[in-house]
Design a protein. Structure first.
Length: 60
């Protein structure tokens, strides 16, 4: 577990993708899907930031 930022970032991205896929498959009104898809995009962005931090720390 030398670089946990990288693995945490990957898990956040996977969580965001799964959240988005579940939301797309849901049969709820459009407004509900739009609200939830914002969370999925947020998790993916957090994952990308953690991966970048992991790569920066790895190079130091």
């Amino acid at each position: 577990m030398a670089n946990w930022f990288l693995w945490a970032g990957i898990s956040f991205i996977l969580g965001g993708v799964v959240n988005s896929a579940l939301t797309m498959g849901a049969t709820e009104p459009i407004s509900f899907q739009e609200d939830i898809s914002g969370y999925a995009i947020g998790w993916i962005l957090v994952g990308i930031v953690l991966i970048v931090i992991g790569f920066i720390k790895r190079k130091k």
